[in-house]
Design a protein around this ligand. Sequence first.
Ligand SMILES: Cc1cc2nc3c(=O)[nH]c(=O)nc-3n(C[C@H](O)[C@H](O)[C@H](O)COP(=O)(O)OP(=O)(O)OC[C@H]3O[C@@H](n4cnc5c(N)ncnc54)[C@H](O)[C@@H]3O)c2cc1C
Length: 381
Amino acid sequence: MYDLVIIGGGVWGVAAALSAVEQQFGRVLLVEANPFVAGESSAKAGGIVSDFVAHPDDQAWVARSRELFLQAQHVGGDRTMIQLNGMISLCTPQEAEDLRGQIASLHDRGIVAETWDGRQATARYPDLDGLAPDTVAIWTPGDWHVNPTAYAQATLGMAREKGLNVRLGYRVTKIRVEERRVVLEGPDGGIEAERVLVAAGTWSRKLVQTAGDDIPYRPYRTQLASLDFPGGYDLPIVRELATDMYFVPDGPHNLLAGDGTRLWEHDPDNYQTTGDADFEDDIAAGVLRLFSKGETAVLRRSWAGLCGATPDRRPLIGLVMPRLYIACGDNGFGIKRGPAIGEFACRVAMGEAEAPRHLDPHRFPSVDFPLRPGSGGTFAS
Ligand SMILES: Cc1cc2nc3c(=O)[nH]c(=O)nc-3n(C[C@H](O)[C@H](O)[C@H](O)COP(=O)(O)OP(=O)(O)OC[C@H]3O[C@@H](n4cnc5c(N)ncnc54)[C@H](O)[C@@H]3O)c2cc1C
């Protein structure tokens, strides 16, 4: 019997697993349905890590996650895991005015954030030459692009060295909560555990339902495209608030371009994983509008992944049933906070921390709620 089993080897699950073995919490097992970690939402993400988040929990989680990303890069030895691009957020004058409080909060935390006009932005990044004359550009040089797959692999390696047991290619089909144990049913018999942490991303609700409970959680779909700039380009991460489009440098010729959020519920076992034609058209128009070099760009491919919505756009962390804990509800920005959330959720599952009431998975009277828009997290409240 394991003392703790973590279901899900995305960024949240591997971070939880490392935390458990670092605390020497007895026999710990990570189970992952795919034959490798970070094969789902974590692999499909843009990987933006930014302090430009409104909620105090998120600010603390991003700060702690940065430490854990750096640790993984250092120990894993993959120097490409973190790219120090900085980010320019393109705003209308009104949007910039609305963000004044958040910019002040960045300054209060000692984080550099400069406000430029469009001409200054183009002077610094000449490839950003399609800005409207009244554009306000907020420059946050400390923002990163992280490779979540590299992080997950390095973290798994560290956790294995500290004694983590791992079963890859094991899909849990049912959770049975009994008086003295939890039994996980899967392909080759059951796994017994003293306690279980579900960190299964957009499958989390389905798994909880097999145990006879339910949570307010709805998966929705969002998209990313990979563009080839044969002659290269010089850009930071660029985010346009009015359209919610974002562009992430990923090597000297490759630019990731995202948005394409589809705000209706999707089934994680049955959704379209390729990008929509209208998403590709929107991205092409955005690239051409903002960067004249976009004329030379070629679409490599586009894809879609799922994010998990909750009614208040805050995660669900804590106990759902006796011995059964959960960590889900990324609301589209779970990479930048993921290592810290995984670590915190693990401490809750180990009984070393208490999840506050505002994260309680059962804090809502009903599991039904409308999906509502929110940016990929950069300015999420
Ligand atoms: C296109 C796109 C762009 C994004 N861009 C960003 C960004 O720039 N910045 C940011 O912060 N966030 C971004 N996100 C959000 C981010 O990807 C997620 O918040 C994050 O990956 C959530 O991690 P997770 O570990 O909770 O979930 P996942 O990575 O989905 O991990 C869950 C794991 O659980 C496993 N699992 C599920 N069911 C079972 C089962 N029954 N048995 C065993 N294993 C199971 C799955 O196989 C999976 O590996 C983006 C998301 C998408 C789709």
